[in-house]
Design a protein around this ligand. Structure first.
Ligand SMILES: [Zn+2]
Length: 399
């Protein structure tokens, strides 16, 4: 058995696993940890951790990592343990509207390769599988990695995914994909475990593992981009919902008499807080096509129309957050998507509107009872990284 296949088996173990397996799974999910942190996370006694580490060191499954300590800056424990980077690699794939991104990382969470390929609009599942397979093959060749080390592939898709079978329920970024079983299509060609997940859910996983929600167990992720998406994380896990449609905040109705939405209903949040329409209108007034990044820099430079546009979408998004908070009263909201790059220009009016649309006001609460609103740590580019995280967190447990 190769170290990678041994690791794959250990990551795939379910509850009731041995101490060694629990240590391996904790290291896969968290990257570098001290023995004390391992004891806290696994709930095992320090002596049990120590015995497990001795046998895992002997089989070269874990290493003591001074490199990780150096890379991660000061304040880390003196001795950290990681999985042996040679023991496995993970792949994250983002099936974007007009591009496919592939990230290859090792099991210490180090990114080895990050590439993207432009695709024509509405590419087919078959084209996606072929392009993805080629990008993965090229990345492994370029970095002299063996495909045998590939533990799994996480795939971020625009649209809800049925958690039971990996089918796309209602595609948005790639409209003709509705009903396609992403997991099977990719697994057939890539010949390794595949986990497919909604793009905003992947972004939330990136925040949980490496971004604005590190150390948090419960939070809401709100994607503000051309469309509106979201995710719910509870007890450190994604809430998929019964059919995979949890967190589809863009289709909360805020105006029953409003315009028709692509979902078939009227007046959805996405029509007002998504940037597709406002950006089109702004571009018409501006006399040329303007991107989200350009609107943000115009707003920063004092352009009143750009500032007003951001304030208007922030106002409606705050109204939507008020509805979401009435259901779950989150301790943390992480705002992602490309508009999150506007930082305070977005967050200040968003928080003000959120407060107006909440039953309990911020001024009535102690600091620790208030809902914290933070920008994403990944500038709207966390989804592919989160797809890598899906594999690191779940290993071969792909259902
Ligand atoms: Zn809708």
């Amino acid at each position: 058995m190769t170290p990678s296949s041994q690791l794959q088996v250990m990551l795939a173990e379910e509850n009731g696993a041995t101490p060694s397996v629990r240590v391996v799974q904790a290291l896969s999910e968290h990257g570098a940890l001290s023995a004390t942190q391992l004891a806290r996370i696994t709930g095992l006694a320090k002596s049990t951790i120590s015995t497990a580490l001795t046998s895992l060191r002997a089989s070269a499954m874990v290493i003591e990592s001074s490199a990780a300590e150096k890379d991660r800056g000061a304040g880390r424990p003196a001795t950290t343990i990681t999985l042996n980077p040679a023991a496995g690699t993970c792949v994250g794939v983002l099936l974007g509207g007009e591009h496919i991104q592939v990230i290859v990382a090792d099991v210490t969470h180090a990114v080895i390769s990050d590439v993207a390929l432009p695709m024509k609009t509405d590419y087919s599942p078959q084209e996606a599988v072929t392009a993805t397979s080629r990008l993965i093959g090229e990345a492994y060749r370029e970095h002299r990695l063996s495909l045998q080390t590939m533990l799994g592939v996480g795939i971020a898709v625009a649209g809800p995914i049925n958690p039971r079978d990996g089918r796309v329920l209602r595609a948005s970024g790639v409209p003709t994909w509705s009903g396609v079983n992403i997991k099977h299509e990719f697994q057939r060609v890539l010949k390794c475990p595949v986990i497919a997940e909604n793009e905003s859910n992947c972004s939330a996983i990136a925040e949980l593992m490496w971004g604005a929600a590190v150390g948090r167990q419960d939070f809401i992720f709100l994607t503000m981009d051309l469309a509106i998406g979201g995710a719910v994380v509870a007890n450190g896990q994604l809430v998929s919902g019964n059919a995979g449609a949890a967190g589809e905040f863009g289709h909360i109705c805020i105006n029953p008499d409003g315009p028709l939405c692509r979902c078939g209903n009227h007046g959805c949040l996405e029509l007002y807080a998504g940037l597709k329409e406002p950006l089109g209108e702004f571009s018409r007034q501006f006399g040329q096509e303007v991107t989200i990044d350009e609107v943000i820099s115009l707003a920063r430079g004092g352009n009143l129309a750009a500032q007003t546009m951001i304030e208007q979408v922030a106002h409606v998004a705050g109204q939507g957050l008020g509805i979401i908070a009435s259901v779950v009263n989150p301790g943390l909201v992480v705002v992602g998507g490309r508009l999150a790059l506007a930082r305070e220009l977005l967050l200040a009016p968003l928080e003000a509107s959120f407060n107006r649309h909440s039953l309990v006001k911020r001024s009535e609460l102690d600091a620790d009872a208030r809902t914290q609103v933070l920008s994403s740590a990944f500038s709207g580019r966390g989804a592919c990284l989160g797809a890598v995280g899906l594999v690191l967190r779940a290993g071969g447990r792909t259902g």
